[in-house]
Design a binder for this molecule. Sequence first.
Ligand code: BES
Ligand code: MN
Ligand code: ZN
Length: 482
Amino acid sequence: MELKLVRLSAPAVAADAVIVFETEGGKTFAGSLATQFESGEVTGKFAEYTLVHNVTGFEAPRLLLAGSGKPEALDTTKFRKLVAGAIRSLKGKGVLNAAVALDDALVTPEYVAAAAEAAVVSVWEPDQLKSKKEPEKQIRTITLAITSTDSALDDAFEKGRAIGEALNVTRDIAVEPPNRLTPMALVDRARAVAAAAGLEIEVLDRDRMTQLGMGALLGVAQGSAEPPALIILRYNPASGPTKDNLGLVGKAVTFDTGGISIKPSDGMEKMKYDMCGGAAVIGAMQAIAKLKPAVSVTGVIPTVENMPGSKAQRPGDIVTSLSGKTIEVLNTDAEGRLILADAITYAKQIGCTHLVDAATLTGAIVVALGHSASGVYTNNDALLASLMEASKQGGEPMWHMPLFEEYLEQLKCVYADLQNIGTRWGGANTAAMFLKEFVGDTPWVHIDCAGTAWLDDGRPYMPKGPTGVPLVTFVNLALNWK
Ligand code: BES
Ligand code: MN
Ligand code: ZN
């Protein structure tokens, strides 16, 4: 899909269909559109879409009236959904060239960026492996039409485009089934992104990780025939590395069977999504390379397959992590924290001064928050405040969860420094507390995105499948860095 920005008013845009926005209880269109409003069919309610034909004065043969609701209730998060939903409603209707016209009330850098991002992601479908596609029916161009000539809007437009493209890369990686997206295939994906974006990449293989002593990560990997890897992506501003180095750590378990503590077969296919944190880091690094924030950023992605092979680790095994801490593996299905422990230690060793990790870490966070928000944990309120602001801008809701000392009591162990699970209750919190033991004093935020990385039921604005969360938060955090 080709996306472009033009300086034209809605009536002047030539396209198969042009999307225009109508507020609830606000102004209505005059002339031949008046009947739609008078009949009560069009109200301007949020996400109400009405397609009308041959409106006098408009170049485009079709107009999609998109209700934007009450102006005071609209924000960029809702606007992204509104734009994506509008474009998606035109799919399969013979619209090859679509346009989105923003009236002046909607023309701010934030709204222009949101519209560009939404347009790019709106065309994404999880149909990569369908053998019959109909390219001749797909939307080929989307034109964003504004009238203001302010050049700040061009930059905002490019920012939105870069984030949208990165989200699509993340979703493409995340949607790949687990037989195709092995840890080595993920390495190939990361290499391709790095080469195209101009990022430095380094990959540690099993031998190198053995030399370094990453016993926690390697213990998880040993049950699978697929070799593990640790992927490192580096971005530095043109002026060189900065004093602060933001480390983005993403869990990438390409499939989580649970290992010997095997999961029930019902619904196990969902565990192909257990690499979504890592996929979000790869996409974020692509956008960061494009948008060039003023801070150095390092992506660290531990990738393994958690399988119950004959070499698999057993409940009761004690592994020695890269940090030197020993861990009794009481449940092989609590594998995310094990690979993250070594990835976090390594990120600190290679110079990250601040850490944010993203992981589909626990079912318990889904019990706590549902699919409405990711759970976030921190040892540093200032970094958390920056992250919350970034997530708000990005439309990726997050909720602050606690790290009570009591959770650490649950991880104390007779035979080793730590055990990898606590009691039955508050499982997302004990998982976060486990990670905190490896973070030390480095400012850190942990994002448990188990409930937000995947949409189980399609919505008008997004198909069922990977969401890309928390990619946009990562990118905004880096761009806002002070
Ligand atoms: N990848 C899963 C987290 C998960 C589980 C997400 C279920 C969504 C639904 C993680 O590796 C895991 O298995 N966690 C266990 C931890 C438990 C063994 C302490 C869980 O949450 O059940
Ligand atoms: Mn697991
Ligand atoms: Zn897992």
